[in-house]
Design a protein around this ligand. Structure first.
Ligand SMILES: Nc1nc2c(ncn2[C@@H]2O[C@H](COP(=O)(O)OP(=O)(O)OP(=O)(O)O)[C@@H](O)[C@H]2O)c(=O)[nH]1
Ligand SMILES: [Mg+2]
Length: 298
């Protein structure tokens, strides 16, 4: 008996939307690992991050992007918006993510940027927050008047609901082609980058509202000693006052941040991590072209 081999399909899928709609949560649940940091604060993601999902006959290469900024236009935010627009070039599909029940001007700004020559799938995330399911249809109808969508899929990224339906909607748009990445790869980002991001996530999660936006992380040393990863990281802040806030009373805050970051790193890297964290004051880093370059912005 001859075995039938189905042709392989692969392609790129950009995940775009305003800040905080759940793009990175969606990416993480799609690939089954925490490769893109998340928080309840807006503007968590600052870079383009690729997440890879490989099935028997298909490879999905998702591209998570920063939430599109419409306020506070410093050099960093302009750079982040450039990442968003550039990420939508050369992809096969765009996932335009919005939040159930909330569609506002900030979503409309992103809608205006969406390419007209690439299929766009509307992903209505946080569907779990919609108590009254009868609200869904009128909500969909309202947005569907704004432009043509290749498909409209309500999901709950956090609860892993309907992600299969979403993948089924993407599938027809992935062309026949070779595997782009090896099947065991989940991201194109290296451990150094992921370590910096996991530490930055803890700053987002363990500090007040203002601080996270003025913070950045640099890995100063990353050494592999057998199975142990020895990492020295610097958290860059804008002001001395921010440094004090990060350290907290008796250094408790910084200790908690470092511990939680280390635990996440050990989980992701599947090995022991020795993490040392320093804080450095570098005022105006978010507007310094030189600093931004060293953080990976062109
Ligand atoms: N209830 C609910 N909350 C969700 C869902 N998906 C994400 N969230 C929450 O929404 C918040 C923002 O999630 P992120 O994944 O960081 O959002 P993002 O769009 O990547 O945000 P930026 O990177 O800042 O643009 C977090 O607190 C998530 O836990 C969902 O399906 N349901
Ligand atoms: Mg994000």
């Amino acid at each position: 008996m001859t075995e039938m081999t189905l042709p392989f399909h692969s392609g790129y899928i950009a995940i775009v939307g305003r800040p905080n709609v759940g793009k990175s949560t969606l990416l993480n649940h799609l690939v089954g690992q925490k490769i893109s940091i998340t928080s309840r604060k807006a503007q968590t993601t600052r870079h383009r991050i690729t997440g890879i999902l490989t099935e028997a006959n298909t490879q999905f290469v998702f591209v998570d992007t920063p939430g599109f900024q419409t306020q506070h236009m410093n050099t960093l935010n302009r750079g982040m918006n450039r990442v968003v627009t550039n990420s939508m070039r050369d992809v096969n599909v765009v996932l335009f993510v919005i939040e159930a029940r909330h569609f506002d001007e900030r979503d409309r700004e992103v809608l205006k940027l969406l390419p007209t020559d690439i299929p766009v799938i509307l992903v209505i995330n946080k569907a779990d927050l919609m108590q009254d399911k009868s609200e869904l249809l009128p909500f969909i109808q309202e947005i569907a008047t704004e432009r043509h969508f290749a498909a409209i899929v309500p999901v709950s990224a956090r609860q892993n609901k309907h992600l299969d339906t979403m993948l089924d909607a993407v599938r027809p748009y992935l062309p026949e082609g070779e595997q782009i990445y090896a099947e065991d790869e989940v991201t194109d980002r290296n451990e150094r980058f992921l370590a910096a991001e996991l530490l930055r996530e803890k700053v987002f999660r363990f500090t007040g509202d203002e601080l996270p936006y003025s913070v950045s992380v640099i890995i100063e040393q990353f050494k592999l000693e057998g199975k142990l990863r020895r990492i020295n990281a610097a958290i860059l802040v804008d002001k001395d006052a921010h440094k004090a806030m990060l350290i907290g009373a008796k250094g408790e805050k910084l200790k908690e941040i470092a511990t939680q970051a280390r635990l996440d790193m050990e989980k992701l890297f599947d090995g022991k991590v020795f993490l040392e964290v320093f804080i450095k004051v570098r005022s105006g880093w978010a507007d310094s072209p030189q600093m931004l370059k060293s953080l990976g912005y062109e």
